[in-house]
Each structure stands twice: as C-alpha cells, then as structure tokens.
Design a protein around this ligand. Structure first.
Ligand SMILES: Nc1ncnc2c1ncn2[C@@H]1O[C@H](COP(=O)(O)OP(=O)(O)OP(=O)(O)O)[C@@H](O)[C@H]1O
Length: 377
C-alpha cells in the first residue's frame, strides 16, 4: 500500500497543506521545530486515530482552532481508498471512502504504518506501560476487533476498580456474589486480550530474531517473552486461561479490596527482551538495545506483510543519523523498492543516499512544505 496524496488542515503548526508523495522514498528536510515530526505524526494518526507521542488529541489541533482534518488518498492492492479523519476537542470522526465509521475499529487497519522514532529505545528501556502501549497500537493494526476488545476491557476494569474501592471494610455474602460477577467479566474480557498479545509476540519474536541475527552477523540471538501478570501454562485453550485468571483473582481478593484496585490482568502485562539469554533492559549495552528496537521495528514490517498481505508505510523520524552504517544499510535494504517510506532529517548528509534508488525531496519550513524534486533520479 502507499499514500498518494495527503492534506492537512489546522494540524499542529500546519494551517493548510497538500502534498503528493512518491510511492517509494520521501525525504522531508528542514531545521528543528519546523513541522517534520508533526507531518509523520499526522500520517500515524491518520492510520491509528491516535498519536505516538501524546494521549491528548487536543494537542493535535492547531492553537486557537476548533478542529484538525487529515485526509489521505491511499493505493491498496484491491484499489484506491480514501481516509478522512477529523479531530476536535470533543472527539474524532473517521470516514472510509466518504462513509462515516461509527466504530473506530472498522476504520483502523485501512492504512498500516510502522513508525521508527528516537524514542523507540523506550520499548526496551522504558516502563511496562510504554511496552503495553506499543503492543496495543501494533496489534490494533493487524487484528481489527482488538480495539473494541481493549475498550471493553478498560470499561470493565474501571467499573471493577470502583466496586473494589466501595468494598473496603465491608464483608458480606452479597458483595462476594457481586465480586464474582465482576471477576467473571474481567477474566473473560482479559483472557481475549492476553491471547491476542501472546499470539502477536510469538509471531513478532520469530521475525525479530531472524532480523537481529542478520544485523549482528549471527552473533546475537534475540528472544521476546510475554510476561502476563500471572503465570499461564498454555494460551492455546481460552477456557484454561480463563480458569487460571479466576483462580488468581480469588487468591488476590483480600489484597485487591485493601488497595481498591485490580492487581491481575492485561493492564499489568509486560514484555521482556533477551539477547543471548541475558535480559536486555538490565544487561544490554546502549548499542544492543538500539539494535533490539530496530529489529523489532523491522519485524513489524514483515509481520504486517504476513498478516495483511501488503507492506505497511514506514515512517522514519530523524533516526538515520543515529544508526551506524551497517544498521542504516540493513534498514534501507529492508524498505528499498517494496515499502513506501517517509524520512525526516535536518540534512541530507546523514542519509546514505547512494543506497537509495530514487527519493522525492521536500523542504519543510514553519509549517509549509515545498517539493524540490528528486534525488538519484
Ligand atoms: N497544536 C499546535 N499548534 C501549533 N503549533 C504547534 C502545535 N503543536 C506543536 N506546534 C509547533 O510545532 C513545532 C514543532 O514541530 P515538529 O515537532 O514537527 O518539529 P521538527 O521539524 O520535527 O523538529 P526537530 O528536528 O527538532 O524534531 C514547534 O514549533 C511547535 O511549537
């Protein structure tokens, strides 16, 4: 798939812009704080309806404006597809080929993107919540129903937490029966999320290990391990996972009531990365952690291709300058000719242009974008 055209209205520092992208490589050049990241972010938001760098949609709307609009004309294997996303302070509206989609889960997945940004190192080094967010965004692109399931889970979790807070100091049979109903609901919903995450990580791990081994010339083996909040013998059987979830909730009952919060479930999941069987977060060098993040991102490209049948769009936000020649070459060879790529940079000297076939160059300055032709054409 590739993005042919896009328009932005009142998106961050852009008043109104339109651009026609090359199906291959597009490079956005400009000094700091001109809007390069904002542009890549808008493509990410067009795909996932959420930003990779903020939870607050309000920040995406240009200051003193009511709404931001992102439009994209996409070419997919099965034909053209038009995406319209409107963001206001009160919510979002998404249209697919002109038709409004009441459920965002029907919209997400129409455009697949993989973003590679300096903060990706946080997937390895950061907190479990960063890794859960990463997982959720990626799974949402591949399994359309996931966003809905996650929303359901979060609703149940909030209600159950509220119920637990009310139970502090009480002890009677009716509250036990009520808690059992909440337990059934959270275990049923949480089991589905956990199974999806386990399946996703299992597939991602295969690709990531293969790629990581390539980048390190066979010196390093990468393992990605799913760490749910309680131990699960096997994810194959949904009813078994559900039963184990219920048992754990029963064990944790006193503690949960004392603390007024749910201590078991996918909201407490984590992922661990191992390089040659050593935990990368604790023992990995900065370089190994970077390579791990790169391998994971490249693995996502292959995984989306495998699951969706088309390559996603790759967004590289100021990352080429941080990669050594070997890793830059690995990255360029991965996307060259098969993946539409958007690159931002402050200068072309950090881009290994000899490795690129043809690239469309855009200059970005204070919220305006001007195409200045092609490199290597
Ligand atoms: N909601 C908004 N409305 C208007 N301007 C905004 C909004 N949000 C951010 N900006 C402006 O956008 C600019 C930052 O743009 P961006 O993050 O895309 O920079 P960049 O070109 O990627 O720079 P760098 O190379 O430093 O990463 C800043 O000047 C900031 O003030």
């Amino acid at each position: 798939m590739y993005l042919k055209q896009m328009k932005l209205q009142h998106y961050r520092n852009y008043g109104h812009i339109e651009l026609e992208a090359s199906p291959q490589v597009n490079i956005f050049i400009g000094p700091n704080a001109q809007g390069k990241t904002n542009l890549l972010e808008s493509i990410y938001v067009l795909a996932l309806t959420k930003s990779h760098r903020t939870h607050k949609d309000k920040e995406l709307v240009q200051w003193n404006e009511e709404r931001a609009i992102i439009q994209g004309e996409l070419e997919r294997r099965y034909g053209a597809c038009r995406l319209d996303l409107m963001i206001t302070n009160h919510g979002k509206k998404a249209k697919l080929n002109g038709l409004e989609q009441k459920k965002l889960s029907n919209y997400i997945g129409s455009l697949n993107v993989v973003m590679f940004a300096p903060e990706d190192l946080e997937i390895v080094k950061g907190s479990p919540s960063t890794r859960r967010r990463f997982l959720d965004m990626e799974i949402a692109q591949v399994y359309p129903g996931y966003v809905h399931q996650l929303g359901q889970f979060q609703k149940i979790l909030a209600q159950r937490n509220q119920y637990l807070k009310q139970q502090f100091g009480k002890s009677n049979a009716s509250s036990d029966a009520m808690l059992d109903i909440w337990n059934q609901q959270i275990a049923a919903s949480g089991t589905k999320i956990m199974q999806k995450r386990q399946q996703f990580i299992y597939k991602l791990q295969k690709w990531a290990d293969h790629i990581h081994s390539g980048i390190t010339a066979g010196a390093e083996k990468l393992d990605i391990v799913y760490r749910p909040s309680f131990s699960v013998e096997s994810f194959d059987d949904e009813s078994m996972v559900f039963e184990q979830f219920m048992v754990k909730l029963t064990q944790m009952k006193e503690q949960e009531i004392r603390r007024g919060t749910t201590l078991v479930g996918p909201h407490r999941d984590d992922i661990e990365f191992f390089i040659n069987d050593k935990e990368a977060h604790t023992y990995g060098s900065q370089g190994q952690q970077r390579t791990t993040a790169l391998s994971v991102k490249l693995a996502e490209i292959e995984l989306i291709h495998q699951e969706v049948g088309e390559y996603p769009i790759l967004l590289l936000d100021d990352v080429l300058s941080e990669l050594d020649r070997n890793r830059q070459t690995q990255l360029i060879e991965t996307f060259q000719s098969k993946v539409q790529t958007f690159i931002t940079t402050t200068g072309l000297e950090s881009v290994n242009l000899q490795k690129l076939q043809e690239a469309k160059i855009f200059n970005v300055e204070s919220g305006s974008i001007v195409s200045s032709g092609f490199a290597n054409s």
